[in-house]
Write a protein that binds this ligand. Structure first.
Ligand code: AHR
Length: 662
């Protein structure tokens, strides 16, 4: 075994060493490699798994406008309740009329179940709002709102109530802020008609007061904090398959998400019926979280917004025939949607869509730089349509970078056909998707090393390690393999400009797809093991790639490399070298670190070592134990480190200060 020089710090880190192997990583520091894009590690949101409605969008009432195809989805009714459709909001025309049942002991009432219940916390405030009027020539009416425990396993007792007077025959919005005396994750909202006079009710809504940035009708704070804590470089929205829709009628129409929420028309969510074993017929999109909100949140978390528009194709998994697609010579409105979107984001306030943005509260442009055209499309039907978009977008907006698709697979027929086509069409980036098993992630350590440097750049837009053998859920080993694979993204940052794990969010009671980055119930959330891997990269992106090799080859888990993966970056602002080493093997390994091309006075001084490890490879963080598996940072206070000891099954990261280097 090679004789190693160890500092006290390194010696203690070596305590876990059992069978040491000799590896040597040479980090060349004479000159910097390619710049790393600020967009590199980002986030991607799609309203799948109740990510928007029932998740990030903090509305607690389901079907608040009674405009679901079955008007009482989410509601139970008692007594005399009638649905009417000449309400104040023309694109959500339904409302309800509550009339006395004519018998003092027969209540007329509504009961909303929320999204898997309504979560409220002790001493927190909630804003109850609704539109109402008094019909039938009467002057006033009265209702009583209550929050109650569910009847299933508790008493069904109300724990909060307010009586509210309704006055006048004109529609008006009413607002009551209530404080919950108790914590109840699965409460119900009840509304009783009091007295004999009828009342019309519309857009019945309940939000926590304490939302992200305290906005009325805003976003769930804990989930937004998880996004902000990632410090993501880019933010892709709104999908995913929902961009395509099950058919063109149900595609995501960003224009329907503008203006007051009361008048944003409801859309089906294709994830409600996609999987028979995860069937949620009550899953719709209210668009309360729409494009304005997506742009705003991108800005607030410091990420480049990356909207995706429909390319004139509905979901290709579900529609084979041409009938499901827009004819090529009828694409104009779709292309116009993309042009209008750029105007909405960047146009000045005198333009049609810039004006709408200003009216919604953001006169400054959002500074959009990227647009995805089509989600996970494939075949010549995609290519012909994309070409039309590219032609028009380039002419009108040469400053916007266009992202095309390489299909649903990481390789194979569609992929091999699409990449050359993307080069021919000259899109700026190509979106690759890969949900693959462990074996794939282990074998892809060199994936981008030989990509053509002259063509479009890569956007790894959707990926996750899906464990094989029944382990298709979040667990530490999957996240470790993602970390290993990501060294390859990092080493190839000249061509890989963005990467986003998928999906982002999942409600524990309503998921359709897993693994996911962040899980939650009605009151709590938990960041998965994969979240922390993404965060370690996103917080340590660096500004330039540094060449890091063993015997001239990258450590990419290849034969003879003992399951070691590594990459190194330089952070010019902090004057730091960051070396990431992932040991996926089941033995601790020593890696000698050589920094070449530095002056004698520039010996790298270790700032800290972060290790990410779980003894149980199949465990993950849970709602009950959300920090069971988190990165451990150990300060090193400028010690030298010549040999890194990387424990088995560990993602280790070493940060060194190098003063006097550019
Ligand atoms: O992330 C889940 C789905 O996976 C996305 O909607 C789609 O783009 C891909 O097939």
């Amino acid at each position: 075994m090679r004789k190693t020089i160890l500092t006290a710090f390194a010696a203690s880190a070596l305590a876990l060493s059992v069978t040491a192997q000799n590896h040597e990583l040479t980090v060349e520091m004479k000159k910097n490699g390619a710049p790393i894009q600020k967009t590199m590690y980002g986030l991607f949101i799609e309203d799948i798994n109740y990510a928007a409605d029932g998740g990030l969008y903090a509305e607690l009432v389901k079907n608040r406008s009674f405009d679901f195809p079955y008007a009482f989805t989410g509601w139970q009714v008692a007594g005399n309740v009638e649905v009417r459709n000449d309400g104040p909001f023309d694109r959500n025309p339904n409302y309800v009329r509550l009339k006395s049942s004519g018998h003092g002991h027969k209540w007329t009432a509504l009961l909303n179940e929320g999204f898997f219940g309504i979560g409220v916390e002790k001493d927190k405030e909630y804003r109850f709002t609704f539109y109402a009027r008094v019909p039938e020539g009467k002057k006033n009416a009265r209702i009583r709102m209550e929050l109650a425990q569910p009847i299933t396993n508790r008493e069904g007792q109300d724990f909060l109530s307010r009586e509210i007077n309704i006055e006048g025959s004109e529609w008006k919005q009413y607002e009551v802020v209530v404080k919950s005396p108790m914590t109840e994750p699965k409460a119900q909202l009840r509304i009783f008609l009091l007295g004999n006079n009828a009342v019309d009710l519309e857009h019945i809504s309940l939000f926590p007061v304490d939302t992200w940035k305290g906005r009325k009708g805003g976003l769930r704070k804990d989930l937004m904090e998880a996004l902000a804590d990632m410090k993501p470089g880019c933010f892709r929205f709104p999908g995913g398959c929902i961009v395509e829709g099950t058919d063109l009628d149900t595609r995501y129409n960003w224009k329907n998400t503008l203006g007051p929420v009361e008048n944003r028309p409801l859309n089906e969510n294709r994830w409600h019926y996609t999987f028979r074993h995860r069937f949620f017929p009550d899953y719709f999109q209210t668009y309360g979280l729409g494009f304005f909100e997506y742009f705003l949140l991108s800005e607030e978390i410091g990420a480049e917004p990356l909207p995706v528009v429909n390319v004139g194709l509905s979901c290709q998994y579900q529609n084979n025939g041409e009938h499901a697609h827009v004819a090529v010579d009828e694409l104009d409105p779709y292309i116009q949607d993309a042009l209008d979107l750029i105007e909405f984001a960047n146009g000045d306030v005198t333009t049609e869509y810039g004006k709408i943005r200003a009216e919604m509260g953001h006169p400054e442009p959002f500074n959009l730089k990227y647009i995805g055209v089509g989600n996970e499309q494939w075949g010549s039907e995609y290519v012909v349509r994309l070409e039309k978009f590219v032609e028009r977008l380039r002419k009108a907006h040469p400053e916007i970078e266009i992202i095309g698709s390489s299909g649903p697979n990481s390789e194979g027929r569609d992929f091999d056909y699409l990449w050359p086509e993307m080069k021919r069409i000259k899109v700026d980036l190509v979106d690759e998707h890969f949900y693959r098993p462990e074996s794939w992630f282990l074998s892809q350590g060199n994936r981008y090393d030989n990509y053509d440097r002259k063509g479009p750049k890569v956007f790894a837009g959707e990926y996750a390690c899906h464990g094989a053998n029944g382990r298709k859920w979040n667990h530490f080993n999957a996240s470790l393999l993602e970390a290993a694979f990501m060294t390859n993204l990092e080493r190839n940052a000249d061509i890989v400009h963005m990467a986003t794990y998928a999906p982002l969010f999942a409600h524990v009671d309503g998921w359709q797809w897993r693994p996911d980055l962040i899980w939650y119930d009605n009151l709590r959330s938990v960041r998965s093991c994969s979240y922390y891997v993404q965060q370690m990269y996103a917080h340590n992106t660096g500004t330039h790639v540094l060449k890091a090799t063993e015997n001239g080859k990258p450590l990419a888990g290849n034969e003879g490399q003992d399951g070691l993966f590594a990459s190194a970056v330089w952070d010019a602002a902090k004057k730091e070298v960051i070396v990431k080493v992932i040991n996926v093997s089941d033995k601790a390994q020593e890696v000698k670190l050589n920094f070449t091309g530095l002056k004698k006075s520039q010996k790298p001084q270790l700032v800290d070592v972060t290790t990410y490890h779980s003894d149980d490879l199949y465990a993950d963080n849970t709602l009950d134990n959300p920090t069971a598996i988190v990165p451990q940072v150990k300060a090193a206070n400028g010690a030298a480190l010549d040999v890194a000891n990387v424990p088995a099954k560990t993602f280790a990261m070493y940060r060194f200060k190098v003063e006097g280097r550019k």
